[in-house]
Design a protein. Sequence first.
Length: 322
Amino acid sequence: MPEEDVLERLGVDTRYVHLGEPHFWHFQPQQTDKGLYVTDEWGCGFLMPESSLYYNLIDSPLRNATIDDLENYSWPDPDDSGYLDGIEQRARQLSEENEYGVVGNFAWESWYERAWKLRAMDKFYMDMVADKEFVHALLDKTLSLHLRLLDNVLGVCGKYLDVIIQGGDLAGQKTTLISPDTYREFIKPRQEKSIRFIKERTNAKIFWHSCGAVSSLIEDFIDVGIDILNPVQVRAEGMDAEKLKKQYGGRIVFWGGIDSQHILPSGKVKDVENEVKQLIKAAGSGGGLIVCSVHNIQADVPEENVLALYDTVRESGKYPIG
């Protein structure tokens, strides 16, 4: 997370509350000849090569599992008190002593993405056709653990939150990763269940993160109670901000929208300024737009482009929108 002085300089008006580290597991990467390797609390293995800034999934412990194996797997304990360490105090302090929007980032990597990481993406996607029973069982398990964790977390800090993050990538650059019908069979009912569960415990708005071309699913997102769509990957197919605003404005908030694939890393300051102004003009009228980069700002983005993004938002993001 950025340091506080960086957030203040950029004028960022949200602050995040994160889970504590569970007592039964500790982040302990090991140096190997291929890079840093770590096994997470779910038993998945990740490698960060020396040339990378990110850990990549390389070991999926349930790749060859059967439904019977799910009963005997060593699942993480969502009731571990370590997850709650410090979160009530931070959430209360941010809510009562500051004017920030308080965002709870308790997605626990999301029940959907966690399922395919445990199974391995290729196997999981094939299972949605060839072994549906296993997919339903695995998703039910990861969702049940997720909801137990949320019940504990929201019990101590839900009243202080303005937004709570959920998510799971459902699309690539051109289209969804699975068909809308497959999404509606496996994902949508569980989205609806989890969102209803959350809204019974907090007044926070539900933020759903999915990269890529998700325009064919936005109506479904609204239907299940999602309030905010992130990151609005504007260079993906069908994700033009102006068109999305015309079709869905007033029913869902768009959070993101500044191209991080081309404009931020490769554009000039003027290009970044124009990108921000065009987004605000296209999707800012009447509210419902939170401007930021489509995804995490990477190490190759020039400092002046980062400053141009945030400074232009403050200068141009004022009502009335021209």
